[in-house]
Design a protein around this ligand. Structure first.
Ligand code: CTP
Length: 222
C-alpha cells in the first residue's frame, strides 16, 4: 500500500501567471494548470491538507482542496509564502520569468510613424528557489521543468541550481504532452537518479508523483 499523507500540509502552485502590460493586455503562457490541479487532487485523496495557489485557469477546484486564486507572479509569490508552514511544496505553476517594469495606467496606443514597440521587462522573484533557501523551507520541495530541448540536462541543472529535492520534467511542444493535453510523461529527477512516470493521463501520473512524495516523508528507520 502506498504511504499516506494524513496530517501533512502541502502547498501546490498551478497554472500560468499573467503579467499586466496595461488595463487590457498581459503577458501569459500556455499552462493549463491541469498537472498541478491533478497533483492537488491526488494529495487530498492521500489525506493531505492541501492549499492550491492557482493562476488564471478554467478548472474546477478538486474535492477536499482549499484554493487561492492569483494572477501575477508577485501575487503567487505572496500567496505561497503566506501559506507556510508546510511539509511539502510542489511548484507546478509556469511562473513568468519576466514582468513589465511598469504597468501602463491607460491603454498603450499606436503612434503615427511608430513601427514597433519595445517592452522593458524585469525579472520576477523565483518562488521555488527562494522557498528552497528559506528558513521555513518545507521538508520536501518539488519543482517542475517545462522544456523544449535537453529535458534531462535542464532538469538536473534545476535540481542543483534551485536546491530542490525533486524535479519533475516534461517536454513541451509535442502533441499529447506538456501544457495543454490531458496526458503527460514526467521524468522525475532526484540526487540519486531519475524515474519515468507515464506516458498516461495527468491524473494517474499525479497519483504516482504523490505516492513518491509520501514515501519520501516517511521517516527513515533508525
Ligand atoms: N519557478 C518559480 N518562480 C519563477 C520561475 C519559475 O517558482 N519566477 C518554478 C516553477 O514553478 C517550476 C520551476 O521553477 O517549478 C521551473 O520553471 P521553468 O520555467 O521550467 O524554469 P526556469 O527556472 O524559469 O528557467 P528557464 O526559464 O531558464 O528554463
Amino acid at each position: 500500500m502506498s504511504a499516506s499523507l494524513a496530517g501533512r500540509r502541502m502547498v501546490v502552485s498551478a497554472g500560468p501567471t499573467y503579467e499586466d502590460l496595461d488595463p487590457v493586455r498581459f503577458l501569459g503562457n500556455r499552462s493549463s494548470g491541469k498537472m498541478g490541479f491533478a497533483v492537488a487532487a491526488a494529495a487530498a485523496r492521500a489525506g493531505a491538507d492541501v492549499l492550491l495557489v492557482a493562476g488564471p485557469v478554467h478548472l474546477p477546484t478538486p474535492d477536499g482542496v482549499a484554493r487561492v486564486d492569483v494572477r501575477s507572479a508577485a501575487q503567487m509569490h505572496a500567496a505561497v509564502f503566506d501559506a507556510l508552514p508546510a511539509d511539502v511544496y510542489v511548484g507546478a505553476a509556469a511562473v513568468a520569468d519576466f514582468t513589465p517594469a511598469q504597468v501602463a495606467p491607460s491603454k498603450i496606443k499606436k503612434r503615427p510613424g511608430e513601427d514597433g514597440l519595445t517592452l522593458h521587462l524585469v525579472r520576477t522573484r523565483d518562488i521555488l528557489a527562494e522557498l528552497a533557501a528559506d528558513a521555513r523551507r518545507p521538508r520536501l520541495v518539488v519543482g517542475f521543468a517545462a522544456e523544449t530541448d535537453d529535458v534531462d540536462g535542464n532538469a538536473r541543472h534545476k535540481l542543483a541550481a534551485k536546491r530542490v529535492d525533486l524535479v519533475a520534467a516534461n517536454r513541451v511542444g509535442i502533441a499529447g504532452s506538456g501544457f495543454e493535453g490531458d496526458d503527460n510523461t514526467l521524468l522525475v529527477h532526484d540526487a540519486a537518479g531519475q524515474r519515468r512516470f507515464g506516458p498516461g493521463p495527468k491524473t494517474a501520473i499525479a497519483a504516482e508523483l504523490v505516492a513518491l512524495i509520501a514515501q519520501r516523508l516517511v521517516p527513515e528507520p533508525p
